[in-house]
Design a protein around this ligand. Structure first.
Ligand code: GDP
Length: 301
């Protein structure tokens, strides 16, 4: 049994490879929830839905958001009527989010809702939100002060100086710690270390549980750039190097092995001063072959 810690882009790419070579029912994924929000009466748990759709083979893996081939009738008609939405939601994806909001209002926990939805989609893997409580992330910027994550990403298109990233304290979801303790191996995919993984490892009890395990991570950096997205800006805000070396620093208390890209081979020695092992391989996941090859490295197969 393996347990994966995930955000909504880099790690799901690796999951596409892992699920080709590892029994799905023996995979558990703990998913970041700090970016969750309500919008147009729907409850948007984007990273959870991306992981769920990835296992169900319906993810729109061009944008790593929503369902492949979805229609946008509700969005278009809302716009005709004069309602603009911050996020572009497809119709079927919107239904997933509306159902979450309806069930939350009826008193269901997020964990139970995800269990229901993933079962309906035929997903055999276990998917666990990091917390059933409302978690928050605030980006403190030089230009606009404190803003929400989606404002940073969409409204300001990441064009701000990030001074600080803050998350509220939340309790772990009921199965989280057990999912770490029971796993033969913990995999942290190449997700954003600050906005996707650190919120999970900051939860009480998680870091202590990880210290006892065989933990392997894949770096989301090549050279001094992230493969995509704003990870570098966030690393800077924490005074960390925007490279695989900075990633090793974030995970230093518990990480056994970091997988870095072939192009960073010259960093191997330096990173091994921070954490015990470094594996150098291709970490650029463009094709399914790339994803399966990286999955083989991570699973030691
Ligand atoms: P988010 O929730 O959408 O921010 O997604 P994640 O946190 O799961 O993933 C974002 C990270 O994925 C970024 O920092 C990227 O550098 C990384 N990433 C995207 N594609 C690749 C890839 O092909 N290889 C690697 N190693 N990292 C990738």
């Amino acid at each position: 049994m393996i347990t994966i810690l995930s955000g909504g882009t880099g790690t799901p790419k690796l999951i596409q490879g892992i699920k080709e070579i590892y029994p799905e029912e023996e995979i558990t994924v703990i998913v970041n929830t700090v970016e969750n929000l309500y919008m147009s009466r729907g409850y948007i748990a984007a990273d959870i839905d991306t992981v769920m759709y990835t296992f169900a083979d319906i993810i729109d893996d061009e944008f790593w958001y929503g369902i492949k081939g979805d229609t946008f009738l509700v969005r278009e008609y809302l716009m005709d009527l004069g309602t603009e939405e911050l996020l572009k939601l497809g119709d079927r994806d919107r239904a997933t989010k509306l159902q979450k909001a309806i069930l939350l209002e009826e008193g269901w926990t997020l964990s139970d809702i995800v269990e229901l939805q993933k079962s309906k989609l035929g997903v055999k893997a276990t998917i666990i939100p990091m917390s059933d409580e409302e978690s928050e992330i605030t980006i403190v910027t030089k230009e606009y002060g404190e803003i929400e994550f989606h404002e940073f990403l969409i409204k300001y298109q990441c064009n701000c100086d990030v001074l600080e990233v803050k998350y509220g304290d939340v309790s772990p979801s009921p199965k989280l710690i057990e999912a770490i303790e029971k796993a033969d191996k913990i995999i942290m995919g190449p997700s954003n270390p600050i906005t996707s993984i650190r919120p999970i490892i900051s939860i009480k009890g998680v870091e202590e549980a990880l210290k006892e395990k065989d933990v392997i991570a894949v770096s989301p950096f090549v050279g001094t750039s992230a493969f995509s997205g704003p990870a570098g800006q966030f690393m800077n805000a924490f005074g960390l190097e925007t490279s695989s070396k900075g990633v090793a620093e974030v995970y230093r208390p518990f990480l056994k092995t970091l997988v870095i890209d072939n192009q960073d081979e010259d960093l191997k020695e330096e990173v091994e001063k921070i954490i015990p092992n470094v594996i150098v391989t291709n970490t650029f996941m463009k094709t399914i072959e790339d994803k399966v090859n990286l999955a083989k490295v991570v699973l030691d197969k």
